[in-house]
Write a protein that binds this ligand. Structure first.
Ligand code: PRX
Length: 634
């Protein structure tokens, strides 16, 4: 443990009993072991904690970097480790998933029951011709069937491509087309804040325009009438009673490096990128990071309050908890429905012991005051977590004091869709500083550097880089390996470092403080949105000739979107049109992408090569110095 006296700033030291009982009690020791022999370290973890149909010939193959391979030659399937092996053990009758719907309906699946549902749905998919390497798009609310669908895809060797249920037609259409999915799995609707989000209606619009989808499977959730196209659309509950359905369907044997899923995320420019993760490395990485960082034990009830449609939900709702054989809780709806104590009532009812959420949710709930959490018994909590954006110290302290009652360490985990799992994060034995994700996970070497790759001074801002490969790393961008190299590995090509696209600083104690994105990604309520996609939604409106969007700081959401639009000839600016443009983005992209405000302008600052200089717009909006304008065209 670090020496208390030597650390700078505000430090929260872990209680001795927390450290003594943790899986990892000495960060430096484990980190040393990992960095000295990375392949040996991960080889040992992988062989002791997971089942493989066939062992690997080599743990790490870096001969074709940055196309790294892990557990080369090994055979497994993540579903074998998440379900099959538990069903053979005493875990069979343990709760795998406890679910509560927004309307108050409750369901529990044991490992045995969840496995049956997954096997049944896997045989449905097989009967539709889905197999190794196929892509299946999933567009659903936060319900157990989403998890079942993902696991069934993995079981038959198909790649799922989950599209967040808060996205709308355009976003769904783009992702279906890029992935060339043959099957879409959706719901009639999803409950949110007491309202129905009409997922099937949006899905119909997208499927009508996408050329690739042959069949649509629809889960009945909200029960309103929906349009089902004969010969194309099938009810999930009908398919699950067909004679082909086999509750003991076999699990496909996969190569460790075979794709498990693709997940679209926004990057610097252009269309969203399909990040590809694999069965072997991703499994080892997500399960090990979850076990060590949140110190999960058999008796824990883990609640990752993210949406399965984002990487946090993929890794830490669906896969890692099941691989570890623990009990997860999932809640369908909004934290404030019907009252701002919904979450706290759930913690008390289900005895949640570890809660993992985003700063924006904490800030949102903080606004309602302490009386709401104080109405409930939160004594089951023993660890808390944060993810998605930097957590401001005020929110950190409120979370620590009001929710954790000053006894639950807060694990502020920095990572990305691309990294698969936690990268910079405390472990329960590491002293905490509110607002810092502390240090890299054992074996990960990170630094903060300048343009040339030289380390910047203490507390100076620079580019965050990752200098070592890790098992959970993205393998490529599906369908675009050049872009994978260009986007992540070209800035520090000579050094062979990975560029996450964040700026950060490192303090006197070597603690990392992530500042924010250096590219055109905007984080709204922790959701990662690309300016390009929102701008293209704006110009799809007949009134808009050109558009630029920027993120502006917001107390609760972290950032809000401001749009600047140049109108086509014949259109005139008005508050009615501004409102219409906001609604248009909401309809095309989804409510989370809706600009908070729209400004109609005559011109946009551009470079001579025609690139919009968003930083100039942002500086102007924030009353800051616009900086170097030498590349400005006009
Ligand atoms: O900017 C960082 C921010 O979220 C980005 C990754 O977004 P996404 O791929 O959607 O994954 C989010 C969930 C893992 C990062 O580049 N970010 C994520 N976690 C943190 C964070 N920024 C600061 N602190 C964090 N703990």
């Amino acid at each position: 443990m670090a020496d208390e006296k030597k650390m700078t700033g505000e430090v929260y030291h872990p209680a001795p009993e927390v450290v003594a009982n943790a899986h990892i009690t000495d960060y430096d020791k484990v980190n040393d072991q990992a960095t000295k022999d990375l392949a040996g370290f991960w080889g040992k973890i992988a062989s002791e904690n997971f089942e493989w149909y066939q062992p690997w010939e080599k743990v790490l193959d870096d001969s074709n970097a940055p196309f790294y391979k892990w557990f080369v030659g090994a055979k497994t399937n993540i579903v074998h480790n998440a379900l099959d092996r538990h069903v053979r053990s005493a875990n069979r009758n343990k709760a795998a998933l406890i679910f509560e719907g927004e309307q108050g309906d409750r369901r529990t699946y044991t490992y045995q029951q969840l496995n049956h549902e997954v096997c049944k749905f896997a045989s449905v998919l097989r009967s539709m011709g889905v197999g190794k390497g196929d892509r299946v798009t999933i567009y659903m609310g936060r319900v157990p069937e989403l998890m079942i669908a993902m696991l069934a895809c993995a079981k038959v060797g198909a790649m799922h491509s989950v599209v967040y249920g808060g996205f709308s037609t355009e976003a769904l259409l783009d992702r279906i087309e890029d992935s060339k999915s043959k099957i879409l799995i959706t719901c009639d609707g999803a409950w949110l804040r007491g309202n129905i989000i009409e997922l099937k209606k949006i899905a119909n619009d997208a499927v009508d325009r996408a050329g690739t989808i042959q069949s649509v499977i629809c889960v009945k959730r909200t029960g309103q009438d929906v349009e089902m196209v004969p010969g194309r659309d099938y009810w999930y509950h009908d398919l699950m009673t067909l004679p082909v359905v086999d509750p003991n369907a076999p699990t496909e044997v996969m190569d460790a490096e075979d794709p498990l899923f693709i997940l679209y995320t926004s990057g610097t420019t252009g269309k969203p990128k399909a990040i590809l993760h694999t069965h072997g490395g991703y499994m080892v990485w997500t399960a090990t990071t979850l076990k060590w960082v949140f110190d999960l034990k058999r008796e824990d009830v883990w609640w990752c309050a993210a949406d399965p449609g984002w990487i946090t939900g993929h890794s830490y709702i669906v896969y890692a908890p099941l691989v570890l054989g623990i009990t997860s809780f999932m809640y369908e709806g909004a934290p404030t429905h019907p009252y701002p104590d919904r979450w706290w009532s759930l913690v008390a009812r289900y005895g949640i012991s570890v809660l993992y959420t985003a700063p924006t949710a904490i800030r949102g709930l903080m606004r309602f005051g302490e009386s709401w959490p104080n109405k409930h018994d939160l004594s089951s909590l023993r660890l808390l977590g944060s993810v998605g954006e930097p957590i401001n110290p005020e929110a950190w302290k409120w979370y620590y004091r009001v929710i954790g009652k000053e006894k639950c360490p807060i694990m502020d985990t920095w990572w990305q869709t691309e990294t698969g799992g936690f990268m910079i994060t405390p472990l329960p034995c590491v002293p905490l500083k509110p607002g810092s994700a502390t240090r890299a996970f054992p074996g990960v070497v990170v630094d903060v550097v300048d343009e040339e790759g030289e380390p910047v001074g203490v507390n100076e801002e620079g580019y965050l880089v990752i200098k070592t490969p890790w098992p959970g790393m993205l393998r490529t961008i599906f369908g675009d390996p050049d872009r994978f190299v260009q986007q992540y590995w070209s800035r520090y090509e000579e050094q062979g470092w990975y560029l996450p696209g964040d700026s950060a600083r490192k303090d006197e104690d070597g603690y990392i403080w992530v500042i924010g994105r250096i590219d055109d990604v905007i984080k709204v309520s922790g959701y990662r949105l690309g300016t390009a996609e929102i701008e293209s939604a704006l110009v799809s409106h007949p009134a808009v000739a050109e558009a630029a969007v920027i993120g502006l700081p917001d107390e609760v959401k972290g950032n809000i979107i401001k749009a600047f639009c140049i109108l086509r000839q014949g259109y005139e600016g008005s508050s009615k049109l501004e409102q219409e443009l906001r609604d248009h983005v909401g309809k095309e992209m989804g409510p989370i992408a809706k600009p908070a405000s729209v400004a109609i302008v005559d011109s946009l600052p551009k470079t001579r090569s025609g690139k919009i200089m968003r930083r100039v717009l942002k500086a102007q909006e924030m009353g800051q110095d616009v900086g170097d304008l030498s590349t400005l065209a006009d």
